[in-house]
Design a protein around this ligand. Sequence first.
Ligand SMILES: Nc1ncnc2c1ncn2[C@@H]1O[C@H](COP(=O)(O)OP(=O)(O)OP(=O)(O)O)[C@@H](O)[C@H]1O
Length: 272
Amino acid sequence: MVIELSHVSWKREEQWILQDVSWRVKAGEHWCLVGLNGSGKTTLLRLVNGYIWPTSGSVRVLGRLFGETDVRALRKEIGWVSSSLLQQLHGHETAERIVLSGKYASIGLYDQPTPAEWEKARSLLEMFGCGNLIQRKYDTLSQGERQRVLIARALMADPALLILDEPCVGLDLLAREQVLRMIEGIATQPDAPTLIYVTHYIEEVMPCFSKTLLLKQGCVHTQGQTSEVLTSSGLSRFFGVPLEVSRRQGRYWLDHMSLEPFATGNGMGEKR
Ligand SMILES: Nc1ncnc2c1ncn2[C@@H]1O[C@H](COP(=O)(O)OP(=O)(O)OP(=O)(O)O)[C@@H](O)[C@H]1O
């Protein structure tokens, strides 16, 4: 089991941010985590990374039970891509050095990488179409280029678990599609890490994400096979408004959404 959360709750300032979340991610599965703003997605992932501790319930990640393991050592096996990281990185560093810093899970590069590690950083950048950016300063890169560099950085340490927290935020249509295909490519490698992908948009759910968890107000609303979770009726119930979803070539598309409340006998047609 890669992630095992059992009846996890987290309380802050007299408010339950997560409540009774149980979630099991098996090796070889790739999951999408979908929820509205403030539903608790990032909090859930911070728990998985050991940045916060549950108020109640138990967390086991990569076979290690929190409370009995050194979470700092465990974190080296978890890749993490999020917009908060974008702001922390040093803009004057080259793309190559940013990628290399992923090996040491550090924000700057303070260690002396081996020739093989320099080579690996370059080949990761080349693999993701950033071969021409190796020596470019990070703050001169476009948002789409930065996201690709960050994903390469997260892969530098060969993580067993790769968490992608809204990696397509701020990307144009083309850049988003490039990043999504890159992620699909990572998932289909023979020695792929387990991927957890956080998004607000069902169009970003690539075919590799065969499992989905819908989080609502800190609670698990639904979890299971993506094809059974991302349906018109399921998502209409989740968002509380009538909507229609269709599935084409393994991807999910929002065809129609109403902001009007449900009419009686709402006729939420099932369309897959
Ligand atoms: N340290 C904290 N103290 C108090 N409240 C917190 C803390 N961390 C998160 N929250 C609250 O918990 C709720 C869930 O936040 P979280 O960032 O996990 O949501 P999210 O689903 O990731 O949202 P978004 O999609 O907008 O990124 C929010 O209402 C947030 O204000």
